[in-house]
Design a protein around this ligand. Structure first.
Ligand code: SAM
Length: 288
């Protein structure tokens, strides 16, 4: 079958759901992933074809896209901070906003210190924050915690894929026993977290492909205590940050001021809310 005929089938089936441009992008991601055929290859040679035996994966992908499954889960991979990451239904798909958080930390540290840094990422998921930091701060020793055994499994795979050394720890930041055992003799220069922060009342704003496919453990918090993770992490950070240590959060855009107040109530200084590229309150940084 000619690849350009396959492309037409993708458009006929999916344009009504996603629009032409996004379908083109899905199609070329699939040809690249399944057949190592790039968009440029197809533009240069409209006669490229694949055999009947080779067709199954791309038709499976078409079916999954029809059901609005995220392309990243269908292909089992994505990119974050220019690095490859394996993802599955146990790991949140890394978001561009989180790349901004990583950049903020790198900018605050790069070339400012040559001493060894110890950094903890809480709720690591795919490992994207910890791995991107390890890749870009060569004087940093990274630790990464998640409550999900299966997420940790993927994150370990991603650390190997990206050739970095990370200390992965399995446990809950909400449980004092876990924290006391796992972090007994450890202290950090930086603690970073993108914890679950979407309230149930915000579910109406969440697209179906996210709601029906991404792990709810990674996304949602109860309406009556939406800052549960921020409180636990800030309390933990108060005890575990070294002198001049820094705390970095990705935050719920609607709860910026409340999150700032909470962090200040633990005695943190220079607490600052920063906006993302969409001009939404998205990051918070603070000093011990
Ligand atoms: C919003 S996701 C962030 C994932 C990843 N860091 C990222 O930025 O894409 C939150 C993560 O927190 C983890 N998590 C949920 N409850 C937790 C808990 N009690 N202790 C530690 N991690 C938890 C979830 O499994 C999920 O991986």
């Amino acid at each position: 079958m000619l690849v350009k005929d396959l492309e037409n089938i993708f458009h006929e089936t999916l344009d009504v759901i996603y629009g032409k441009e996004e379908v083109s992008s899905f199609f070329f991601l699939c040809t690249e992933a399944f057949y190592n055929i790039s968009r440029l290859d197809i533009a240069l040679n409209r006669k490229i074809s694949i055999t009947k035996e080779e067709q199954q994966p791309i038709f499976n992908a078409l079916e999954a896209l029809k059901k609005e499954q995220p392309i990243q889960y269908i292909l089992g991979e994505t990119e974050f901070f220019g690095l490859p990451f394996k993802v599955n239904e146990n790991t949140l798909i890394p978001r561009p906003e989180t790349e901004e958080l990583v950049q903020l930390i790198i900018d605050s540290k790069k070339s400012k210190t040559s001493t060894q840094l110890s950094i903890l990422d809480i709720g690591t998921g795919s490992g994207c924050i910890a791995i991107a930091l390890a890749k870009n701060l060569n004087n940093a020793q990274l630790y990464a915690l998640d409550v999900s055994e299966k997420a940790i499994e993927k994150a370990k795979e991603n650390a190997t894929l990206n050739n970095v050394d990370i200390n992965f720890l399995e446990g809950s930041i909400l449980k004092d026993d876990d924290c006391n055992t796992l972090f007994k003799n450890l202290e950090f220069n930086i603690i970073v977290s993108n914890p679950p922060y979407v309230r149930n009342l915000e579910k109406v704003e969440i697209q179906n492909n996210v709601l029906n496919n991404e792990p709810h453990l990674a996304l949602f918090v109860e309406d009556n205590d939406p800052l549960i993770f921020y409180r636990a992490i800030t309390k933990f950070a108060k005890n575990k940050l070294k002198q001049n240590g820094q705390l970095f959060f990705e935050i719920n855009e609607y709860l910026g001021e409340e999150t700032k107040d909470l962090v200040e109530s633990f005695g943190f200084k220079n607490v600052e809310i920063l906006k993302d590229i969409f001009n939404k309150n998205r990051m918070l940084k603070a000093n011990i």
